[in-house]
Each structure stands twice: as structure tokens, then as C-alpha cells.
Write a protein that binds this ligand. Structure first.
Ligand SMILES: Nc1ncnc2c1ncn2[C@@H]1O[C@H](COP(=O)(O)OP(=O)(O)O)[C@@H](O)[C@H]1O
Ligand SMILES: [Mg+2]
Length: 256
């Protein structure tokens, strides 16, 4: 079984950045390639990872739907499973230390369909080939239940360091509970923290009030800003980067 990590939180809180760093952390465990899934319709995890995307699952969806319905052609009498397997392998971006699968744009309206269920089941199966799966998400949560794997070992809710941000994160945690997903552990991480904020009484109080475990702070880091501005992949940040070390410290306590 793959140990799977997913993120939630409003836009711009650092979900994609921290997914990238989590992938780097897990690569360091040397347990084989990490399975990276970009489930954000506006995919940008590949930038953080420093790879190009040549194909997405979204592009396959129409085709696989036709096949499932039996209207499509199946080359050489392949089963649906075999065909899908073939397609997924075509879109799997294999890099040094991780394999990336990009879900791509969501399907058209009304298509909560067989193909989606199929993809979801298939993703679970594919993930089983890896020790670790890291899934980046957009801010919306619906697709957490609709588009992606059901079982999540660790859900990291990322917040900015403000009282309102933390309250939003708490609300997201509650909504996720209502979705009834099988999530083993949910934690709150407050990212982009400036000097002095860690001791701020109202921020600390807001954190404590939320019904979600607080896992720690990650500093606002000039290195991340610099890498972002210069289009350099965050996964190649120097090992002594402050935010990276803080985040790795948090992950060290959470991940077996
Ligand atoms: N710890 C940090 N310090 C400085 N900048 C950060 C930090 N974390 C994220 N950022 C920056 O914040 C912006 C939004 O981050 P991103 O990971 O894309 O957020 P999300 O995926 O939640 O929308 C990016 O420009 C990123 O470089
Ligand atoms: Mg993102």
C-alpha cells in the first residue's frame, strides 16, 4: 500500500510549493520513486518539480469513456484495463526520483461519469506500485472526493499566518470531514510566517480553536521567493534553506 499525502487550503497558501518539498523529502527516504499527482486543473506542480508536461489524463478521458461505453475501438482486442494502463503509461512523466501524473482540465459538465470512477479506481491501483504518493490539489474540495483517490493517510491543510486564514483552514477541515472521505490524519500547517508571528497571541489562539491538529509553522523564505521569481524549481532549493528545514522537521514527525 502506498502512503498518500494530499493538501488542502485556499489559493496561494503554498500547497503546490509544499507538495514539491514533500516530494523532495520523500525522495530522500530512498524507497523508490515517489508518485506525484497533480490534481489541480490549473496544473503547476511540474514547475516546482522542474519537469515538462507532455500529456495529461484529462486528454485520455474522452477516449476511455468511449471505450467503456463500448463505442470506441479497442486495438488488438485489449481489455479496457489494458488500454487504460497503456494510456496512463504514455502520460506518466518519469523523472529522477519521482513519476508525475497530471490530471489536467476537468471534464465537461455532467460528466461525473463512468470514466471518472474508472480513473479513480485505476489511480488507486497505480499508486500501489509506489511507497509514497503526493497529491497536489486546487482550493476547491469537491474533486477530492470526485477525481482522486479515496484513501488519504495524511491531509495537510495549509494556511497563511492570519487569524482569518486559520479560521478558513478550520472551516475547510470541517467541510472535509463532512465529505466522509477516509482520511487517517489531518493537520494544519501555517506557512509564510514572518518573524514574531509565531508568538502572536491572537494567531496562536485561533490555531488552538480549530478542531484540527497543528503540525507547525513554516517561515516566509526569501529563497522560495527568489526561486519563484527566477523560474527555478523549488525541488532544487539548497539543503540549508530555512523553510525547507522547518517543513522537513514537520514531515519527520508525521510520516512513517
Ligand atoms: N514559505 C514560503 N515563503 C515564501 N514564499 C512562499 C512560501 N510558500 C509559498 N510561497 C510562494 O507563494 C506563492 C503561492 O504558492 P503556491 O505553492 O503556488 O500556493 P497554492 O498552491 O496554495 O496556490 C508562490 O509564489 C510561492 O513561491
Ligand atoms: Mg497550487
Amino acid at each position: 500500500m502506498s502512503y498518500s499525502i494530499a493538501v488542502a487550503g485556499k489559493g496561494g497558501t503554498g500547497k503546490t510549493s509544499l507538495c514539491g518539498l514533500a516530494i523532495r523529502y520523500l525522495m530522500g527516504k530512498k524507497r523508490g520513486p515517489v508518485f506525484a499527482v497533480d490534481a489541480d486543473a490549473n496544473a503547476n506542480l511540474h514547475d516546482v518539480l522542474g519537469v515538462e508536461v507532455h500529456a495529461t489524463i484529462g486528454a485520455l478521458r474522452e477516449e476511455s469513456l468511449e471505450t467503456i461505453k463500448g463505442t470506441g475501438r479497442r486495438p488488438g482486442g485489449m481489455s479496457v484495463e489494458e488500454l487504460f494502463d497503456y494510456h496512463v503509461h504514455q502520460s506518466l512523466i518519469e523523472a529522477n526520483g519521482f513519476d508525475l501524473l497530471v490530471m489536467g482540465r476537468p471534464e465537461g459538465a455532467g460528466c461525473y461519469c463512468a470514466a471518472n470512477n474508472f480513473i479513480r479506481k485505476y489511480m488507486d491501483k497505480l499508486a500501489d506500485r509506489y511507497r509514497y504518493t503526493v497529491m497536489d490539489n486546487e482550493a476547491g474540495l469537491e474533486h477530492l472526493s470526485r477525481r482522486t483517490t479515496q484513501d488519504i493517510d495524511l491531509l495537510m491543510i495549509i494556511s497563511d499566518p492570519s487569524v482569518r486564514g486559520v479560521m478558513t483552514a478550520g472551516r475547510i477541515a470541517r467541510l472535509i470531514k463532512e465529505l466522509g472521505l477516509n482520511i487517517k490524519r489531518t493537520v494544519l500547517i501555517v506557512n509564510r510566517v514572518q518573524d514574531g508571528m509565531r508568538e502572536d497571541p491572537s494567531l496562536l489562539q485561533a490555531i488552538q480553536k480549530q478542531a484540527v491538529d497543528f503540525a507547525g509553522f513554516v517561515s516566509a523564505d526569501d529563497m522560495i521567493i527568489d526561486y519563484d521569481l527566477n523560474g527555478r524549481p523549488l525541488i532544487t532549493l539548497p539543503a540549508d534553506t530555512k523553510a525547507l528545514n522547518e517543513f522537513f522537521g514537520i514531515l519527520g514527525k508525521l510520516i512513517p
